[in-house]
Design a binder for this molecule. Structure first.
Ligand code: NIG
Ligand code: FE
Length: 416
């Protein structure tokens, strides 16, 4: 038996978030993060080979003279965060929207005036590959320092076939060039460019674009911004049905700003996940619960939209849904890379317990992007994606906010 490469031991607590690799933690199951006091784990060849109490891992036979030992005394050890919803690939920024928002200009009004998403589309289209990559690389390294070891990234700031394919290609290049594992989502239906109507753009996506994006094999998921004034439920349904035919797995931005049947559609189509859901109706929530749709909740977006509206996560958990958490990292509605901040907001405003929030930010998030077989929990056989957090227990993690609690990030068994 070879020696483990890395042995992390004596953690005040270690959260395995185990037992949910086959199916997300639903409803009440989310409340158990698999806490082990005096926890330890061993990693060999990038994978977890032993996890448990320090004495048990010591006795497992994996710890040898060649093993690097990290003492996590007084610390909390957790799986690397999985951020299952970002729009992290873009150029430029939109800080001028902050004062508009304070004056009361609604998010969609800024978009209708050619700002918002469309202004980022212009800046991204004008930028070179190198510029987009350098700006995105900086965000990804901030994400990594804040504990994110796996993330989804959507296209959607191109809105032409060529620009959308470029975005997806750049996501793949960035995946290979830095430590965070990236999952790509095609989101050509992110906004309607000014030269189209919603109908003509939908028609174009369905007839001319989806099969070409599928052929390039650059995206696993397809997502749509289903919202009155952007893509209606009918248009979203057309796009998602065609996307499914072309082999994409499905996601939907639903009921973010208005209750308009997005969550109901998510249930009807049995999409993998529905995102935002601030205004999801009772019917929508029960349709999602019945159809095992994962609710990806983005409380940093609620915080930044600054209208005191948060998704009804407790009702969703009460009906047995699996909830995941994400940053929504984007230049408009959520300019942040921080999963720790999302955890704080999830506890304070979604009323998740710290254990539920950690489950939502790890294994359930991994399920939302099809990665639960390899990441999202600290279990034997999983990738060695581990955080040592400078907090004494799980409650302290959301409690002490606005700072970075992450002391050490281990990706595939390597300290990064
Ligand atoms: O998830 N809602 C649509 N898309 C993003 C916002 C993107 C932007 O404002 O640039 C979101 O909130
Ligand atoms: Fe989004």
């Amino acid at each position: 038996m070879p020696s483990a490469d890395l042995f992390i031991h004596s953690a005040n607590y270690l959260a395995t978030v185990g037992g949910h690799s086959a199916k997300p933690a639903q409803g009440k199951e989310m409340a158990n993060a698999g806490l082990i006091e005096d926890g330890a784990l061993a990693i060999y060849d990038g994978k977890i080979v032993a996890v448990g109490k320090t004495s048990d891992v010591e006795e497992s036979g994996w710890v040898g003279s060649a093993t690097q030992c990290l003492n996590a005394q007084g610390k909390f050890v957790a799986p690397g965060f999985v951020d299952p919803h970002t729009h992290a690939l873009y150029a430029g920024s939109r800080e001028h929207e902050l004062s508009l928002k304070i004056k009361g200009v609604p998010y969609l009004d800024i978009l209708k005036q050619g700002g918002g998403i469309l202004s980022t589309v212009r800046k991204t289209t004008q930028a070179s590959d190198e510029e987009i990559k350098a700006q995105t690389m900086k965000r990804l390294s901030t994400m990594l320092s804040l504990g994110t070891t796996t993330a989804e990234v959507k296209s959607g700031y191109g809105l032409s076939l060529q620009e959308e394919l470029r975005a997806l290609r750049l996501i793949h290049e960035l995946n290979a060039e830095q430590p965070i594992d990236l999952v790509a989502t095609f989101m050509g239906a992110h906004a309607v460019p000014p030269e189209y109507s919603e109908e003509s753009f939908t028609e174009w996506l369905v007839k001319d674009v989806l099969h070409k994006v599928a052929q390039e094999n650059l995206a696993e998921y397809c997502d749509v911004f289903c919202e009155p004034g952007v893509f209606s439920v009918a248009s979203s349904e057309r796009i998602l049905r065609e996307a499914r035919k072309q082999g994409f797995k499905l996601k939907i931005h639903a009921d973010e700003l208005e209750s308009a049947g997005g969550a109901e559609l998510a249930g009807q189509l049995q999409v993998v996940s529905a995102e935002h859901l601030l205004k999801a109706s009772d019917e929508g929530i029960s349709a999602m619960a019945k159809n095992n749709v994962i609710g990806v909740i983005l409380p940093a977006t609620s915080f930044n939209l600054a209208n005191n509206t948060y998704a009804r996560a407790r009702d969703m958990i009460g009906l047995g849904m699996a909830i995941a958490l994400a940053t929504d990292c984007n230049p408009g509605s959520s300019p942040t890379e921080s999963m720790p901040f999302v955890l704080t907001l999830a506890c304070l405003y979604l009323r998740l317990t710290p254990e539920e929030a950690l489950t939502a930010a790890t294994i359930n998030a991994a399920h939302a992007i099809g990665k639960a077989d390899t990441v999202g929990s600290l279990e034997v056989g999983k990738q060695g994606d581990v955080l040592i957090l400078d907090v004494p227990n799980i409650d302290y993690l959301p409690y002490h906010f606005g700072v970075n609690p992450v002391e050490t990030v281990i990706k595939n068994g390597i300290i990064v």
